[in-house]
Design a protein around this ligand. Structure first.
Ligand SMILES: *Cc1c(COP(=O)(O)O)cnc(C)c1O
Length: 358
């Protein structure tokens, strides 16, 4: 990859904020690292690749992404290599590059080459590597994103775009097991919609149901299919897995269903489970099956899966105002999480080439 080095201009900050950060107490998403990678798109090409000090964009009031929502993002993490702390390990970034392009295609944005994505990421983390925390349960959260920049109110795909990568040191995410509510009124997407894409608008749509659920004491939602509200799809920003009598069941993604975001953490978990000799089923799972398996004791555990949380065990699943508590002695999800994070941090051998070294 480095043989095909792209021309990336680098402008380093004169005022690093690194020494002001308390790495033992990091509020999520508030403190950004010193630099960002930026590329602009016009006349059908990406150009002006650059690593520059983190700072504001200048946008006109008619900037089309602010009106019509052509905006997509990704989320991934970098860790200090436990074997060699001067090295950063980024987890499966090529998968995020691919998924960004799936999202781009769905809302008529241009593709960005894997070279630009990867070399931009590489150049950025080479400069900001000291921002990768080494405290326990922490990481550098990496946020690539793309948005439309035409200063034009006409309703059509923008002709200009900006792609950028910013990063933020992150501490522990959810700490306790979650109370989740089966959502039957609101949908985050529908067949033929944009659920398969990491599109900004999807998250806007999920804010109100999440807020209402929080008022009722729930940490997260379990979205159901938009048509019948009968089958479990996923949680707000996590895919979901159920351990039913030792079989791990998770809802199918594309090409079977286009309503579920194809989580890279989930792909990884499926492979880890299969390597451990566990049975995994990607199939539709109804709310009724989940509730009845809680009642008859077959549901050993359930958990959310996504980059932010890695694996987040559920304590309670609520349906129609009734809370069903899950077994409290289920430890497997935490074992799986430890294994997953061990690979991410270089503590366990990465036999699959999942980690990218910088
Ligand atoms: C980002 C996201 C996930 C998790 O995907 P990962 O690649 O594992 O981080 C799951 N569901 C939704 C809706 C998401 O936006």
């Amino acid at each position: 990859m480095k043989d095909l080095a792209l021309d990336i201009r680098v402008e380093k900050t004169q005022n690093s904020r690194l020494s002001e950060v308390d790495f033992n107490n990091i509020p999520f998403g508030k403190i950004m690292a010193d630099h960002m990678f930026v590329a602009d798109y016009s006349d059908g090409k990406w150009h002006d690749l650059r690593v520059v000090p983190y700072g504001d964009f200048q946008l006109g009031p008619a900037t089309s992404s602010l009106h019509y929502g052509q905006a997509i993002f990704e989320g991934l993490k970098g860790f200090r290599n436990a074997q060699n702390p001067s090295e950063v390990l980024v987890f499966r970034p090529q998968e995020n590059a691919k998924r960004l392009n799936v999202s781009a295609e769905r809302i008529c944005m241009p593709q960005i080459s894997e070279e630009i994505f990867m070399q931009g990421l590489h150049a950025l983390l080479e400069i900001d590597r000291d921002w990768v925390p080494d405290t326990e349960d922490s990481s550098l959260y990496i946020r690539p994103f793309m948005f439309a920049t035409d200063n034009f109110l006409g309703m059509r795909p923008s002709e200009t775009y900006t792609f950028a990568i910013i990063t933020a040191p992150a501490g522990k995410y959810y700490s306790k097991a979650l109370k989740v509510k089966v959502e039957k009124e609101f949908s985050r997407t529908a067949p033929g919609g944009t659920g398969v894409a990491k599109v900004a608008g999807n998250y806007a749509a999920s804010l109100l149901p999440a807020k209402l659920a929080a008022e009722q004491g729930y940490d997260q939602l379990l979205y159901t299919d938009a048509k019948e509200h009968k089958y479990i799809e996923e949680s707000g920003t996590m895919n979901v897995m159920f351990d039913i009598d030792g079989t791990f069941v998770t809802a199918p993604t594309v090409p079977v269903e286009d309503t579920i975001l194809r989580s890279i953490t989930r792909l990884t978990v499926i492979e880890l489970l299969q390597d451990m000799g566990k049975k995994v089923e990607e199939r539709h799972i109804s709310v009724e099956e989940v509730i009845s398996s809680i009642k008859n004791g077959k549901l050993r555990g359930a958990f959310g899966i996504g980059t932010a949380v890695t694996i987040a065990p559920f304590a309670t699943i609520a349906e129609d105002g009734v809370d069903y508590d899950l077994p409290t002695d289920y430890t497997f999800s935490l074992e799986l999480k430890a294994k997953f994070q061990g690979i991410q941090k270089g503590e366990l051998e990465d036999t699959k080439g999942w980690t990218y070294k910088i």
